[in-house]
Design a protein around this ligand. Sequence first.
Ligand code: FAD
Length: 352
Amino acid sequence: MNENRYDIAIIGGGPAGCTLARLICHKYRTILIDPKTDEESSFKKPCGGLLSEDAQKALARFDLTLPKSVMVDPQIFAVRTIDLESGLIRHYQRFYINLDRHRFDLWLKGLIPEKADILTAKAEKITRDKDGFVIDCGEKKISAEFIVGADGANSVVRRTFFPKKHLRSYVAIQQKFRENNPNPFYSCIFDRATTDCCSWSISKDNVFIFGGAFPKDNCRGRFEEQKKKLEEKQGFCFGEPLKTEACTVLRPRGFKDFVCGGGNVLLIGEAAGFISPSSLEGFSYAFDSAILLAECFLKGAQNVEKRYRRASLGLRFKLFGKVLKCPFMYQPFLRKTVMKSGLMSIKEIKSG
Ligand SMILES: Cc1cc2nc3c(=O)[nH]c(=O)nc-3n(C[C@H](O)[C@H](O)[C@H](O)COP(=O)(O)OP(=O)(O)OC[C@H]3O[C@@H](n4cnc5c(N)ncnc54)[C@H](O)[C@@H]3O)c2cc1C
């Protein structure tokens, strides 16, 4: 047997790829390809690192509990929603777990049984040949019958095999600062003048993170403009940034923005466009799509694509529901009306 030949090659070891590898490796010869390591210089995905209730439920389905080592200080129960245009502020109860994103990814990777091979590398190029696919990972070449793209927003798998799919994308920019807020908080910020998406701030282990998703055109200028407004209008104190990071984030607009796959190439997680366009929450969809694809593979490799397309219909409808929710969050008049009404919000009690 060719030692570099696999039934299934999973490109990308984020929440989606690690979950799929864990679930299918006892039935298929599986390899997971991802460049992340525990070294300081390793690639670390820029992320808010908030585990939503739906994502917690996905982990609960595996009877998994979170080790304290992936959690950070403080834990939060509410989001301070700031509408910069109208000046309205409301607090809404949320049940997130505040995580260190990189440690969370490494923990998920550590759950993969030894039966699966893990290659610490980047898939540079993937080509189809008569026996399946060849993945060029620089020093190593891997061949496989099926390719699973779990490689996130900027997926090389999606760009190679579905080049006509142009999903709506933004540039997510995050900056880290030394925490100097006396009372750390989590906020979600809306400001139509700088972005038609949203921004956020959160504290993690004495580091204050401010980030947002911006249209590509002048994204850095928009980010800086929003920071200035937050300093002037909301009293945010940023100070000198310790680190600036950026990456692509997808924001589906409808069914045509989801790509399940075809021709022995399958996509899961954000690579498939599975991320909430209203909150940019992506962990739960990464877990859920990986579980659905695993269940399809475990029934047999034949017709797996057809089964996965059918099985993921509910997930795609759920995301479409988030598309319909967007105007209530992002259309200034509707948002103002909802915020003014105080519907679902928490009344703040000021002490002192
Ligand atoms: C700034 C920001 C903040 C966010 N905050 C949150 C949040 O708080 N909560 C939440 O639920 N979601 C959040 N999201 C969304 C969430 O990060 C993603 O939707 C989620 O991580 C998707 O998981 P995934 O496994 O599909 O892809 P990813 O987590 O993106 O993982 C993809 C993996 O593929 C690897 N990879 C990429 N290219 C290659 C290649 N060529 N070869 C090999 N490996 C490759 C990468 O190293 C990475 O490990 C945020 C997104 C951004 C950009």
